[in-house]
Design a protein around this ligand. Structure first.
Ligand code: GLU
Length: 298
């Protein structure tokens, strides 16, 4: 077999809780794929949501990874240090006509979708019906000047037009939830006009993530298969922002005995709880299904 190319991978948790077995699998997978070819495994803390993120969870991430033996390369990047860069990119998209302010409340969106005979469906339910896309520039300015709370949305159709309608793709080296693997066609409209600047934060997960994967020189994005669908919109964002295009490796999720994916509420599946119960790092990685992964070492 040809040797694996040196990849730059990353583990990008949010410090809104302690790490659980699913995180252990994600980190071990990213680290193995980097180290197998002599590449780099980076750590990024996705802490844009100050209301949900806490310093003790940030410290817990570093502690749990160190205890598991999953050391990372170089400095840790914290998204909270990059808010100005995200806001500048958002402003640029707006100026290019690729984003628009959205004044809708959640209740208004729900009511509008209920009134539609066939609400457009995305991977996570109905997608935004596009109500604020049609507002005139004058109306937008007036409402912003009046201090009306608003989010910013990506105008997906305008992005597709700006790219001249050229189809986009991405390479999947793992598997999506429906077994997707190999070259994938991007479906830009899949999730509709997603939020790029949250009403409460001014920024969002999708925008911050593609900008940071670019900044950190990530060549292979590894993460759970629940984020496979997000790749479509993230790939579109990379194209309109002129960012580097990584390959993708989605992996299966760690599930509980009932087949449910682990969540923050599963406190007994937290690394710290398993450690306190007397398990060794190797036992925890084996429980996560990452037993062989950590073996590719240093
Ligand atoms: N912060 C994201 C999460 O914890 C990671 C996103 C990604 O790896 O692409 O779900």
């Amino acid at each position: 077999m040809a040797p694996a190319p040196p990849e730059t991978t990353r583990f990008a948790p949010s410090p809104s809780g302690r790490l659980h077995l699913g995180h252990a699998l994600a980190a071990a997978t990213a680290r193995r794929l980097a180290r197998a070819g002599g590449g780099r495994f980076l750590l990024r803390i996705e802490d844009i949501d100050a209301a949900r993120c806490r310093p003790e969870f940030d410290a817990g991430i570093l502690e749990d990874l160190a205890w598991l033996g999953l050391s990372w390369d170089g400095p840790v990047l914290r998204q909270s240090t990059r808010l100005d860069a995200y806001r500048a990119a958002l402003a640029e998209l707006g100026a290019r006509g690729l984003g628009y302010p959205c004044f809708c409340t959640r209740a208004e969106i729900v009511a509008e979708l209920a009134a539609m005979s066939a609400a457009p469906q995305g991977p996570e339910g109905p997608v935004y019906p596009g109500s604020c896309r049609a507002l005139s520039p004058a109306e937008r300015e007036r409402r912003i000047a009046a201090g009306e709370p608003h989010a910013w949305r990506l105008d997906v159709a305008a992005c597709v037009a700006a790219l001249g309608g050229h189809p986009l793709g991405f390479e999947e080296t793992g598997r999506g939830p429906a077994g997707e693997t190999g070259q994938q066609e991007v479906l830009p409209l899949l999730s509709g006009d997603v939020v790029l600047g949250r009403k409460d934060l001014g920024v969002s997960y999708h925008l911050a993530l593609v900008m940071d994967d670019h900044l950190q020189g990530v060549t292979l994005v590894t993460r759970g298969e629940d984020l496979f669908a997000a790749t479509h919109i993230q790939r579109l964002l990379q194209a309109v922002l002129g960012l580097g295009v990584p390959r993708y490796h989605h992996h299966r999720l760690v599930r509980d005995a009932n087949g449910r994916r682990l969540a923050k509420r599963d406190r007994d599946r937290e690394i710290a709880a398993l450690r306190a119960a007397g398990l060794a790092p190797g036992d925890v990685l084996a429980l996560a299904g990452a037993g062989g992964l950590a073996a590719v070492d240093s």
